[in-house]
Design a protein around this ligand. Structure first.
Ligand SMILES: Cc1cc2nc3c(=O)[nH]c(=O)nc-3n(C[C@H](O)[C@H](O)[C@H](O)COP(=O)(O)O)c2cc1C
Ligand code: SF4
Ligand code: SF4
Ligand code: FES
Length: 550
């Protein structure tokens, strides 16, 4: 395919869509599918067929639309472009939806079926990475192309040198979305300059944090965006082979990525001489086997090479010595998802969002005690208060906000006193948490903080690969101490022991898992120490969660 053919495909797809009197976009993300989205889509198709509307009404699967807990969702796009979003659809409701939209005037629908898209849940978000999610059909390459897909790659291959692509990413200020927030452009420049005949690009879609599903959603909803981002990276750093490492628990994401790769290969958007240039790039999928530590880059590379997924010390960093000894660029799935718009609209445009040191937007999986849960994308620098009370609609049941857990097992809990802190990499770290990959769990006054810390520590204990002693034994000892505290069997000295172990793990563990495992304990000790004291000295759980044997 060349540039003109890409444009022709895009125009053909847009006119095809415009020819429909009405289009039903059914969310086909995992949360909506598990709520019965597949049957809803089927019922819509049947209702359309029953009225012989197939030529003028389209029913398609699309990706995640955001408020996942209200699924299955259906978006209806009328001929004049007007959109209506419906929640909690059922096959029975689907037939009435077809009547109301495809045969206007025949029936009216209850107002409560609709989700108002001018509500703060939507209006306070800025969608860059997720701009195609819920709009493109992840099973059709043409659908992505119709939204401008692959035009950034076509542009870069023809008009930009690899150095210029790297510079654009530097200018954007994008930082890695996998957790650590390392500047993406800097990493790409290091990779570009790394000597080596063979180089690799890897998309990290391991996503092991409990409750997080940003990367799964992007792979399921807009797989070509990830592929295009990877291809731009490969061109920029001089790689010809890429891997998408998908968590074993994500079969739908793996399937959609696989199909997208095959479709892109068939059209010459991946493979040999892409866009009739001299650039070659192949991508293969590798499936993880459920170990959290395999998200760590050195363990991930071992896993790709067919070895046991255990970390090794860095340096050498993957950009110096990665897969089979060759320089390897590893970025998170969401990081890659940001690249096509950055190349298309420019790094300066992207840097216009966010704060000085944390540019752009971030996707969060908003969960826990808020009225609206789901997948959100917000400009960095937004306050936690805006996320919880505007986007999330506040705490249900009139209860009080207690804390927000960010960064999963490597992160921490932010208390109510810091609700107005702008969310960026530095501020979260200063509060003893981390931005992490985007897990965001909101807790109300029924959560017990030592109990929350124990949950994450048990997770780290289970997921420790056992290679180094501080993490292998330290996590077990910390769980024992936390168990004593929450079980009402602790003595005051146990708090000191717990803090000593935190420091030991932080300073002597081999990889990030052990080094950050103490964070949930340290942050809850910092902001909610009185709860630990109450458990130990008074044998009392202020939140009423723990059984202290009284
Ligand atoms: C225990 C552990 C688990 C990790 N899991 C993930 C993961 O699931 N996804 C991810 O992108 N990065 C994960 N990381 C971070 C990666 O090692 C790496 O920094 C990241 O993929 C780089 O991409 P980025 O610069 O785009 O963020 C993990 C790190 C550690 C220590
Ligand atoms: S006994 Fe020691 S050396 Fe042997 S497997 Fe266990 S930790 Fe490793
Ligand atoms: S810190 Fe934990 S997960 Fe990392 S290498 Fe050591 S034992 Fe394995
Ligand atoms: S999966 Fe349907 S709205 Fe997120």
């Amino acid at each position: 395919m060349n540039r003109t053919e890409l444009q022709t495909m895009a125009e053909a797809e847009r006119s095809r869509q415009q020819a429909f009197r009405c289009r039903f976009l059914c969310c086909a993300g995992t949360p909506c599918l598990s709520a019965g989205g597949g049957a809803v889509q089927q019922a819509l198709k049947q209702a359309v067929a029953a009225r012989n509307f197939e030529a003028s009404v389209e029913v398609v699967g699309a990706g995640c639309m955001g408020p996942c807990s209200r699924g299955p969702l259906v978006r209806v796009i009328a001929e004049n472009g007007e959109e209506t979003l419906y929640e909690r659809m059922t096959p029975e409701k689907a037939a009435r939806l077809v009547e109301a939209h495809a045969a206007p005037g025949s029936t009216t629908l209850p107002e409560e079926w609709r989700i108002a898209e001018d509500s703060p849940f939507f209006s306070k978000q800025t969608k860059i990475v997720l701009s195609g999610s819920g709009r493109v059909d992840p099973e059709r390459l043409e659908s992505y192309v119709g939204e401008g897909g692959y035009s950034a790659l076509a542009h870069a291959l023809r008009e930009m040198t690899p150095e210029e692509v790297c510079e654009e990413v530097v200018r954007s200020g994008l930082r890695g979305r996998g957790g650590a927030g390392y500047p993406t452009g800097v990493k790409w420049n290091l990779m570009r300059k790394a000597p080596g005949e063979r180089k690799f690009v890897v998309a990290n879609g391991d996503e092991g944090d409990p409750g997080a599903y940003m990367d799964r959603t992007l792979m399921e909803s807009d797989p070509h965006r990830v592929l295009e981002g990877m291809a731009l990276a490969a061109y920029a750093v001089g790689a010809e082979q890429g891997y998408v490492y998908v968590r074993g628990e994500y079969p739908l994401a793996a399937q959609r990525m696989e199909r997208a790769i095959r479709a892109a290969e068939r059209r010459g958007l991946l493979g040999h001489r892409i866009f009739e240039s001299r650039f070659n790039f192949r991508i293969d999928i590798r499936i993880g086997a459920g170990a959290f530590v395999c998200g760590e880059e050195t363990a991930l590379m071992a896993s790709i090479m067919g070895r046991r997924g255990q970390p090794v010390p860095r340096p050498p960093y993957p950009a110096q010595r990665g897969l089979w000894g060759a320089p390897t660029l590893i970025n998170n799935v969401e990081t890659f998802g940001n690249i096509p718009p950055i190349i298309q609209r420019g790094g300066t445009w992207y840097a216009g969002y966010g704060t000085e040191k944390s540019r752009g937007t971030k996707v969060f999986a908003l969960a826990g005690k808020v009225s609206w849960t789901g997948l959100i994308e917000v400009p960095l620098g937004i306050t936690l208060r805006e996320i919880v009370f505007d986007i999330g609609g506040g705490i249900p049941g009139g209860r009080a906000f207690k804390a927000a857990q960010t960064g999963g097992p490597s992160g921490g809990c932010i208390p109510a006193a810091h609700l107005d802190t702008p969310m960026d990499y530095e501020n979260l770290q200063a509060l003893g948490s981390i931005m992490g990959s985007g897990g965001l769990i909101i807790m109300d006054d029924t959560s017990c903080m030592p109990d929350v810390a124990k949950f994450f520590m048990e997770f780290c204990m289970d997921e420790s690969c056992g290679k180094c002693t501080p993490c292998r034994s330290g996590t077990v000892q910390m769980v024992r101490l936390l168990d004593r505290i929450t079980g009402g069997r602790a003595v005051p000295e146990d708090l000191e022991r717990l803090e000593d172990l935190c420091m030991l793990l932080k300073e002597t563990s081999l990889c990030g898992l052990g080094q950050t495992a103490p964070n949930p304990v340290l942050s809850t000790l910092r902001h909610f120490r009185e709860e630990y004291e109450a458990h130990i000295r008074e044998r009392r759980c202020p939140a009423g969660v723990c059984d202290l044997g009284n």
